[in-house]
Design a protein around this ligand. Structure first.
Ligand SMILES: N[C@@H](CCC(=O)N[C@@H](CS)C(=O)NCC(=O)O)C(=O)O
Length: 213
């Protein structure tokens, strides 16, 4: 199987974390950028990354890819066995991606790429982010992992997405909207000490530095 994307992409890095944590042998094309060109759309239906080439098929959508990896490679599970506990991990994932990352994404143009975002968008996003943060604060357990005592897909999502949400909110509002979730900083630091997480983070930094050169 081959993971295609690039190492600055938070969604790409989430899948990479899952592959590495589960110890799944794989190849990587890490120079694969999103595109709306016809040839690329043949590979990735929405022109996005990451996507996974596996057994002659292509899978898109990082959460679908992660669940496929979990089903096809049950070793070192990142989802609990019990249905309700599995659903709680997915609930955390959904909260982080749909109600925090996707919302904050509307700020990235100004926060990271020198563009401009309207004041109306900033107000809308701030309000929506506050709701997402409130929800995450209720759902997150930090025992010591996000969903409980074992590492899960929710930790992979949190590690790649939440620092970007913090950075974007600091850039636009002059404050970190995730700050009210007090245990978050130590939790992210703890994850960063795991070998696979440290590796993905190091590769992300190297890729960012290479891009800025
Ligand atoms: N829901 C998608 C989101 C992936 C995504 O937005 N990837 C970004 C790179 S981080 C991308 O390809 N953006 C280009 C675009 O949206 O056209 C997933 O989970 O895989």
């Amino acid at each position: 199987m081959k993971l295609c994307g690039f190492r600055i992409s938070n969604y790409h890095n989430k899948v990479r974390l899952v592959l590495l944590e589960k110890g799944i042998a794989h190849e990587e094309d890490d120079a694969c950028k999103p595109s709306q060109e016809a040839a690329f759309l043949e590979r990735s239906v929405l022109g996005k990354v990451p996507f996974l080439e596996v057994d002659g098929a292509v899978l898109t959508e990082s959460d679908v890819i992660c669940e496929y990896l979990e089903d096809a490679h049950p070793q070192r599970p990142l989802l609990p066995k019990e249905p309700l506990a599995r659903a709680k991990v997915r609930e955390l994932n959904r909260c982080i991606e749909l109600h925090l990352e996707l919302v904050a994404r509307r700020l990235y143009k100004e926060a990271f790429f020198g563009g401009k975002v309207s004041d109306e968008t900033k107000r809308e996003v701030e309000h929506a982010l506050e709701k997402g943060v409130r929800a995450l604060a209720r759902l997150a357990r930090f025992e010591p992992y996000l969903a409980g005592s074992t590492l899960s897909l929710a930790d992979c999502a949190a590690y790649v997405h939440l620092p970007i949400v913090s950075m974007a909110s600091r850039a636009i509002y002059g404050r970190d909207l995730l700050e009210p979730i007090a245990p978050l900083k130590d939790y992210l630091r703890m994850l960063g000490e795991r070998e696979c997480f440290a590796r993905v983070n190091r590769d992300r930094r190297d890729a960012t530095a290479a891009m800025q050169r």
